[in-house]
Design a protein. Structure first.
Length: 309
């Protein structure tokens, strides 16, 4: 039994180690060949304008390696039998939560539009029981070898922690934002209930988050414009992480596209987390989270929230 944590049972380590080396998937096939539309969507989401990723001689961004192996929502069930068995064993012992911890990738050859992708996956390692701030559990590392046209194109190591959550500490102050010389002006604006966007003094490009120089022309000269506060939900996630002091999941975190054309990450409020939708109109408001801190959040506008605001 863990100290100040959720109950779990010990699993003999040899029973867990028996999963090491087991094939998770052999000769899986990418749902689609490498293609320009997916490359374009990826680059738009990442804000990557490298010309190597466009045109007749385009290559795929190397960090898309895993993307070509994903089966999508309609093709994941039953693909990774060894993982399913391992997860069932851990779930039954009380290690019911999971969090991704890190990944490592190695790139051996570029992927180009038209490449057909195949891959092999296996469970690389299962750690002994570890205790972390999140709770007690086991780290599981999966290795995937990705092939293009039968040739090894890269490897992907993905590590997760399967754990029994620790009991949460009493609610406390929300973590403080990091304020430095590059973003102090932004937080000074928040204190005045103004959302300030940097504007390049050289080319006029608006940018957010705040940076010391323009990523379009490199100029170090800038001033600010105040946002109207109007925007739409460009994308969002719902946080289901075990409770952290001053947070109460589940809640929606949105990537908000402001009317001025830049994007900011913040909470979406005014509707239940499961009612947030891409394209939903939102409006800036300032929320006091404690006696010392106020933050910008975005409230769903009634017309875009199905009348539930």
């Amino acid at each position: 039994m863990p100290y100040k944590g959720i109950p779990y049972k010990d699993i003999p380590y040899e029973e867990l180690r028996a999963f090491e080396g087991r094939t998770a998937e052999e000769t899986g096939h990418g749902k689609d060949p490498v293609n320009l539309p997916m490359i374009r969507h990826w680059c738009e989401a990442m804000g990557d304008t490298n010309p190597a990723y466009a045109g007749a001689d385009a290559v795929a961004p190397p960090t898309m390696l895993q993307a070509w192996t994903m089966g999508g929502l309609s093709a994941n069930g039953g693909r990774f039998v060894a993982h399913d068995e391992l997860f069932a064993l851990l779930d039954g012992a009380g290690y019911t939560s999971v969090v991704a911890t890190d990944c490592e990738q190695e790139y051996l050859r570029p992927l180009r539009p038209g490449d057909e992708i195949s891959f092999d996956a296996r469970i690389e390692s299962v750690s002994e029981r570890k205790t972390t701030k999140l709770g007690t559990g086991h780290f599981i590392t999966t290795r995937m070898d990705v092939h293009a046209g039968g040739e090894l194109a890269g490897t992907h190591l993905f590590r997760i922690l399967k754990y029994a959550p620790a009991r949460q500490k009493p609610q406390g102050k929300r973590p403080r934002p990091v304020v430095n010389r590059d973003n102090a002006g932004f937080w000074a604006g928040v204190a005045e209930h103004r959302l300030l966007i940097q504007r390049c003094g050289g080319c006029g490009t608006l940018r957010f988050p705040w940076l010391p120089g323009c990523n379009a022309c490199g100029s170090l000269v800038w001033d600010t414009v105040e946002s109207s506060g109007e925007g739409t939900v460009y994308s969002y996630v719902v946080m289901h992480h075990p409770p952290f002091p001053a947070f109460d999941p589940p809640y929606a975190v949105g990537l908000i596209e402001l009317a001025e054309g830049v994007r900011i990450i913040s909470n979406v409020t005014g509707v239940p987390y499961d009612k947030v939708r891409i394209g939903m109109p939102v409006r800036l408001e300032f929320r006091r989270v404690d006696a010392e801190l106020e933050i910008p959040v975005f409230r769903a506008v009634a017309d875009g929230a199905g009348g539930g605001v």
